[in-house]
Design a protein around this ligand. Structure first.
Ligand SMILES: [Zn+2]
Length: 52
């Protein structure tokens, strides 16, 4: 199992689903490991905002 901190480095984030909110286009939330704002690209795939 890969630590979440390593996954963050390759832009695979893990937000607190309970705190995720809908912004009109995506679910967005703060990553539990790195604290960055992330959005849900698709199911189980969250990407940092502004990273492409
Ligand atoms: Zn992260």
């Amino acid at each position: 199992m890969i630590p979440q901190s390593i996954l963050c480095l390759i832009n695979r984030h893990k937000p607190d689903r309970n705190k995720a909110r809908w912004d009109g286009f995506h679910y967005v939330g703060a990553c539990t490991a790195c604290g960055r704002e992330v959005y849900r690209l698709k199911s189980k795939t969250w990407r940092a905002i502004g990273s492409g």
